[in-house]
Write a protein that binds this ligand. Structure first.
Ligand code: NAD
Length: 491
């Protein structure tokens, strides 16, 4: 078997700089895998600070004329991009499934979410407006306009290859900024295709640049004096690192980090209607969602029924290659990540939790080398156990029964992450109390995955978010612009 480096069929990806696909200034690379098959499907160049310099230079050159392009003309580029994305939804979804592993339905859903971000950014002519007031003193008027910052950058995680970059890019360029994007090195293909489609949308060269790579690119973005703002999505440790390093270099930063999400089930929950979405919260996208349920918290007497129903739902899932019909849960992203998730299951057993459904040893017919972990359920988990405390980012549900809603809220508050949480109940009072008190910033009431749409802010609190302004929604226009105030008197 030839080494990957010797196989001409395995393509090394390029960077997109100044409107052209160009080779990275390095031979170092990361092998991209199809996680369902276990085969190498490409190589991501581990670009260097010199590649970032070239991208920032191109973006800086493009900035003056892009800033001066009429806002509705900027929006027209995004309308074209949206139309092309619509035409290519299935193609992009297939790329997402191939590079990431999630099922085609999940991939299509994520591409639709990406398109929604582009749609919202098309509203820039209305949404970018400032404010004005005449006669703030006799004969003196004041008006406020939003101006773009300059070159801005975004750094993405592996779990939503098509969607997460669109939380930022359309808003950034609609505001008149020029852009440097670094996708996750593990999933570069869908962004490569989407960049082609952007290019076909009459986007001037240099307005969007894509630099493939890993931590060297991230650090070069944080340090680069030509970049004014950085958006990051990924694990808490790297989010904190990026926030500290990039703010130290004088940049505006929004850094979305990891999660440990608690799903509370009250005794009055309508389990017939809820168990499907609860199971989907834990096992959708193989648990690799920042909004995924991780700890099920049944309150009082509902414990046994909630547990038994979750066990039945987990056992009903069909694990396999997400590209194949009928499969309801795909693999995790890599062999390394599979081993990490499996090691958490081992630790759960060793720490004394009760393993009700064991995802270890899951095999898929015709996919012997895929990175599969079956749905897993633990009962009697305590927050002191690793599975009750740490982000696993895989299809592992930990059940942590409590006696009261207050105890459930205390559990949530005691965790350093505060991304998302949900309550299942028929009581408006309990739901209201929960939404008010829960420390997480994205709350679901009888909703398993409380994902804010593109016109609402997305992001957590505490160790799940570093910064002030969240992703998309109105915060995006704030993040990507500076407010200039002009006070005038005419003699
Ligand atoms: P990650 O932190 O490993 O990687 C994210 C990005 O940072 C990648 O582009 C990667 O190349 C880069 N990177 C990795 N290690 C680095 C380092 N040491 N120095 C500098 N850069 C580095 O995250 P991931 O595994 O790709 O994604 C999964 C994580 O992302 C989970 O923790 C998940 O909760 C989180 N996530 C959060 C949200 C949210 O909205 N809060 C959304 C999606 C994913």
């Amino acid at each position: 078997m030839p080494q990957v480096a010797d196989r001409p069929d395995v393509q090394m990806l390029d960077n997109f700089i100044g409107g052209r696909w160009v080779k990275a200034q390095t031979d170092a690379c990361f092998d991209v895998h199809n996680p369902a098959v276990g085969s190498v499907i490409g190589r991501t160049p581990l670009s260097t600070a010199a590649d970032v310099d070239a991208a920032v230079e191109a973006a800086a050159r493009a900035f003056p004329s892009w800033r001066d392009t009429a806002v509705n003309a900027r929006a027209q580029v995004l309308y074209k991009f949206k139309a092309l994305l619509e035409q290519h939804v299935d193609e992009i979804a297939r790329l997402v499934t191939t590079e990431h592993g999630k099922t085609l339905d999940e991939a299509r859903g994520s591409v639709r979410r990406a398109i929604e971000c582009v749609e919202v950014a098309c509203g820039a002519p209305s949404l970018l407006q400032g404010a004005a007031l005449e006669d703030i003193a006799s004969g003196i008027d004041c008006h406020v306009v939003r101006q773009p910052l300059g070159v801005v950058a975004a750094i993405a995680p592996f779990n939503f290859p098509a969607m997460v970059p669109m939380w930022f890019l359309p808003f950034g360029i609609a505001s008149g900024n020029t852009f440097v994007l670094k996708p996750s090195e593990q999933v570069p293909w869908s962004q490569r295709r989407m960049t082609d489609l952007l290019q076909q949308s009459d986007l001037p060269p240099g307005v969007v640049n894509l630099v493939n790579g890993g931590s060297d690119v991230v650090n070069a973005i944080c340090d680069h004096q030509g970049i004014r703002a950085v958006s990051f999505v990924g694990s808490t440790a790297v989010a904190k690192h990026v926030y500290q390093r990039a703010t130290h270099a004088g940049k505006r930063v929004q850094a979305l980090g990891g999660a440990k999400n608690f799903i509370v089930v009250m005794p009055d929950a309508d389990l017939d209607r809820s168990i499907g979405v609860i199971s989907e919260s834990f096992y959708g996208c193989a648990g690799e969602r920042c909004l995924a349920g991780s700890v099920l918290v049944p309150v009082g007497g509902v414990h046994a029924e909630a547990r038994d129903r979750l066990v039945a739902a987990a056992k009903a899932l069909k694990v396999g290659d997400g590209a194949q019909p009928g499969v309801t849960m795909g693999p995790v992203i890599s062999a390394k990540h599979r081993d990490r998730v499996l090691s958490y299951i081992d630790r759960g057993v060793a720490e004394g939790a009760s393993l009700l459904v064991d995802g270890r040893g899951t095999r898929v017919e015709n996919r012997p080398d895929g990175y599969f972990v079956g749905p897993t359920v633990f009962d009697q988990v305590s927050p002191r156990m690793a599975i009750g405390r740490e982000e696993i980012f895989g299809p592992v549900a930990s059940i942590c029964p409590v006696k009261s809603l207050d105890e459930a809220l205390g559990l949530i508050e005691s965790h350093p992450n505060a991304n998302a949480t949900s309550i299942f109940t028929s009581s408006g009072k309990a739901a209201r109390e929960f939404a008010k008190q829960a420390t997480a910033s994205m709350v679901g009431v009888n909703i398993g995955v409380a994902a804010p749409m593109a016109y609402f802010p997305f992001g957590g609190a505490k160790d799940s978010f570093f910064g002030d302004l969240k992703a998309h929604g109105r915060d995006a226009w704030e993040f990507y612009t500076d407010k200039k105030v002009t006070i005038s008197r005419w003699f």
